[in-house]
Design a binder for this molecule. Structure first.
Ligand SMILES: NC(=O)c1ccc[n+]([C@@H]2O[C@H](COP(=O)([O-])OP(=O)(O)OC[C@H]3O[C@@H](n4cnc5c(N)ncnc54)[C@H](O)[C@@H]3O)[C@@H](O)[C@H]2O)c1
Length: 439
């Protein structure tokens, strides 16, 4: 590890802001050395990631970070039982990033933290695994791509279907023309989420450092129906179902249709099912047109889990020679133009679309392996962050179309909104002073 220590010995985090002293070299250890990981946010998905990374050979989950002391203690105890060694705990990510022997930062904090923390990680010379969506808004996605180009660390988003074995085969077949020219995709996600009610403004619980929880987001009062998980449905911190789950299927759509940025986006929906504090739509459709004469729709239903085409999530690709049905896991079926089943690729991996942490654990792990093996120089990332950004941008544009209530025309060369100043106001966000991400 001496090389790495030498490279990193001048690491210095500035006190308040996210700007670090200078770009630093990333992992320089030999391919077989142990990769030391620190996980940020260990309640639900982060707890899963910490425990799964810890099962990989030559990977040590040495550090955990969470501003909720109860959450941190629980994950620490369980990981200690699993591995026999106790990870060191932090409440402040800035302190964890000062560690010279930390190789990779895994981010599973709420969405408003994703891009700012990922940029901090890259600037500190770390590799970064950032959960989807990789950004809270389009500007942050662009910043993340710029940071990735500037710094040496690898960065991968949690769009794990890129490493699902049969999904890779499905995309190969699509691109080879198994249904002719695929020109339209229909994607969906359904769930039966309960109301979050009307919250009361109260003091945060003693075990939660709400200031660190908010981090880059301008300060708001704590309310008792926000932490944990329900922040997903508040625009200030979350991004709604379209990014929470739509990102996964829209990533597969973009990959399958072979498209980057759209040329037109429309969206409609509402908070139809319950009347409560939930701000994002619980029912939403988004339609995209792409410049290669293809298109897609995504439908999200957060509060009515009636399945579409026999599944809680998935994508159907329509082509001029047939149809391909992907039920969201690791299997697919191909039909000819007469709607006759012509081939089927099955998977025996258990798949639970309603599991919010990891609907498909075994296949999910392959994405983590790909990240670690890429750090070692033995593999290439199946989905570099530019791909993650493009897929995150689709539902972000959908949400902007929904919030402005009109069709957006998009520059297909870079994904930016054309001739609409009001829509562009939602391109970025404001930040708590001292926490602005800078590249
Ligand atoms: N790839 C996938 O399939 C998948 C599945 C589930 C969740 N996710 C993503 O993972 C993220 C987390 O989701 P969740 O359901 O676990 O949310 P959650 O609210 O249950 O947990 C988030 C945790 O992050 C912690 N946190 C907040 N600020 C922090 C900070 N400054 N430093 C460290 N920790 C901080 C919180 O205290 C909490 O413990 C979300 O962005 C979600 O979209 C991805």
């Amino acid at each position: 590890m001496s090389n790495r220590r030498d490279f990193l010995k001048n690491t210095a985090l500035s006190g308040a802001g996210l700007m670090l002293a200078s770009p630093l070299a990333a992992y320089t250890g030999s391919p077989n050395e142990t990769i030391k990981i620190g996980v940020m946010g260990v309640k639900s998905r982060g707890d899963f990631l910490a425990k799964k990374f810890a099962t990989l050979s030559n990977v040590k989950v040495a550090y955990l970070c969470d501003p909720d002391a109860q959450v941190l203690a629980k994950c620490t105890d369980e990981l200690t039982k699993q591995t026999g060694t106790s990870p060191q705990g932090f409440s402040d990510i800035r302190k964890m990033l000062e560690l010279k022997d930390l190789d990779a930062l895994v981010i599973a904090a709420p969405d408003h933290w994703h891009a700012p923390a990922a940029i901090m990680g890259l600037q500190a010379g770390k590799h970064v695994y950032v959960e989807k969506p990789c950004s809270h808004n389009p500007r942050e996605g662009e910043l993340l791509v710029a940071a990735s180009n500037k710094h040496k660390g690898l960065i991968q988003m949690g769009n794990q279907r890129r490493n699902y074995t049969n999904v890779q085969e499905m995309i190969k077949q699509l691109h080879k023309g198994v249904i002719g020219r695929a020109y339209f995709a229909r994607a969906w996600y359904v769930n039966a989420r309960k109301s979050i009610g009307k919250g009361n403004v109260v003091n945060p619980p003693a075990h939660l450092n709400f200031d660190l929880w908010q981090g880059p987001a301008p300060r708001r009062n704590y309310q008792d129906n926000l932490v944990h998980y329900n922040w997903h449905w508040f625009w200030h911190w979350g991004t709604g179902e379209a990014l929470n789950n739509g990102t996964h299927e829209l990533d597969v759509v973009r990959w399958g249709l072979g498209v980057d940025y759209p040329s037109q986006v429309v969206s409609s929906g509402g908070r139809f099912h319950f009347q409560d504090d939930w701000e994002t739509p619980d029912t939403q459709t988004i339609s995209f047109k792409f410049p290669n004469n293809t298109g897609c729709t995504w439908e999200g239903r957060s509060c009515n889990s009636f399945e579409t085409e026999g599944g809680g999530r998935g994508v159907i690709f329509y082509g001029d020679q047939g149809t391909l049905v992907y039920p969201g896991g690791n299997s697919f079926k191909v039909y000819d133009l007469g709607n006759k089943l012509i081939s089927e690729v099955k998977d025996t991996t258990p798949f639970d679309p309603a599991n919010p942490v990891s609907p498909m654990e075994k296949q999910d792990t392959l994405h983590l392996v790909n990240f670690c093996e890429s750090i070692r120089g033995k593999e290439k990332l199946q989905s570099p962050i530019l791909e993650g950004h493009k897929s995150t941008l689709l539902p972000q544009l959908g949400n902007i179309a929904y919030r402005t209530g009109r069709a957006l025309n998009i520059d297909p060369s870079n994904g930016r909104i054309l001739n609409d100043k009001e829509a562009m106001k939602l391109w970025g966000r404001t930040y708590e002073k001292g926490w602005e991400p800078l590249v």
